[in-house]
Design a protein around this ligand. Structure first.
Ligand code: CDP
Ligand code: MG
Length: 163
């Protein structure tokens, strides 16, 4: 099934100069960039992205830390398109916390800070990337971050392997 999914290079990823490295990992498996922009997120937008669902799953404190984090500097927002794009992207992203993120995944290769350390410092776990978790999240996040006219329809030169 051809899907579209949202990826954000979070403020720490942009500030560490990891944008190109991160894009490369998705491009090289064949996923197609159909939208891309650099955005300084405001608090209103941040709250729509990290909704009450975060408080329900992790507590209000984590959500507040996360809202500060995602607004602290620009993020790169990308829509990737491809077969089972949502699950393929999550596999390359890796687990949320570095301790369980396997080497070879983006978080496994570029993060080391634990939940407990971040909690002690009253900050979010800065794990360089966000990716839509499932079809429902992808649907909501695509429309939150991009308008229809920002999404491009074109063919990659290697697409004859797909269609
Ligand atoms: O990003 P992912 O979908 O893997 O995880 P999530 O459960 O949706 O949490 C969103 C983000 O909250 C994570 O990527 C972390 O940056 C942050 N977080 C945190 O700072 N402390 C926690 N205990 C849990 C999540
Ligand atoms: Mg999530």
């Amino acid at each position: 099934m051809i899907q579209q999914t949202l990826v954000l290079v979070k403020p720490d990823g942009v500030a560490r100069g990891l944008t190109g490295e991160i894009l490369k990992r998705f491009e090289r498996i064949g996923l197609k960039i159909v939208a891309l922009k650099l955005v300084q997120v405001n608090m209103d937008h941040a709250k729509k992205h990290y909704t009450e669902d975060i408080s329900n799953r992790h507590g209000e404190k984590v959500r507040n830390n996360l809202l500060s984090f995602i607004t602290e500097g620009p993020v790169v927002a990308i829509i990737f398109e491809g077969v089972n794009a949502i699950a393929n992207v999550r596999k390359i992203v890796g687990s949320t916390e570095s301790a369980s993120a396997l080497p070879g995944t983006i978080r496994g290769d570029y993060t080391h800070v634990s939940y407990s350390h971040a909690d002690e410092k009253e900050m979010a776990v800065k794990n360089v990337i966000h990716a839509s978790a499932d079809e429902n999240d992808a649907k909501n996040e695509l429309s939150l971050w991009f308008s229809i006219d920002e999404i491009c329809d074109y063919k990659r030169s290697d697409e004859y392997h797909v269609n």
